[in-house]
Design a protein around this ligand. Sequence first.
Ligand SMILES: *Cc1c(COP(=O)(O)O)cnc(C)c1O
Length: 240
Amino acid sequence: MMTNSLNELSISETIRNITDSIENQCLRYHRKREDVRLMAVTKTVEPARVNQAIAAGITLLGENKAQELCSKFDSYNKNGVDIHFIGHLQSNKARQVIDKVSMIESLESMSLAKELQKLCTLRDCTIDCLIEVNIGEEDTKSGVAPEKLEEFCYSLAPFDRIKVQGLMSIPPISSEEAQKERYFSNLYKLFIDIRDKKIDNINMNFLSMGMSDDYLLAIKHGSNIVRIGSAIFGRRNYSK
Ligand SMILES: *Cc1c(COP(=O)(O)O)cnc(C)c1O
């Protein structure tokens, strides 16, 4: 068993290494370092270790499950930290997450949009959202199909409590780098296309793509939120 202090060192060291690699990639592709935000994805990670990541400079957490978010929320040192919801969100769970997160990155259905509009109206607030795109058009994945994205954006325009801020995607698992790059560059094109349409109430400020295995490629293709789990916290243990 590792001791706590060793553990702590390794989380902060890993974060430093990742941060350095992001910085180098930004230099290489003429991107501003401050334009790329590093999210620590905390699914299955116990709060003490999440707090180590926060102590090491992480200011953005990503949570996948409503129930897990609720049970860990009070244990996080949240000073100066944002939480984004990044998992599939059932409409009937939206109520549990809406006052705990600053953004929902996984908006992908009208039923969720209607629920968010209703909840925000009751609370007299707004919620920032990204639209999740199913860029690989996989049956098993949630997200809006690329060819339906524009229509979905137009249908969201009247929802004045929902502030769409960009796109999020999880491309298919692919060992081939060239294929990964095509997914990322297709997402970037969608992002620019929608931005240029200037749809009411739809902004394209954030493109959330890239995970532990491919965040550097994603940065090359314009990502400005990289969502990193296992590269920070190690392999996930779902059995706990
Ligand atoms: C788990 C998860 C990640 C992080 O995956 P890693 O490969 O561990 O970096 C990123 N985004 C979403 C939506 C996830 O569910």
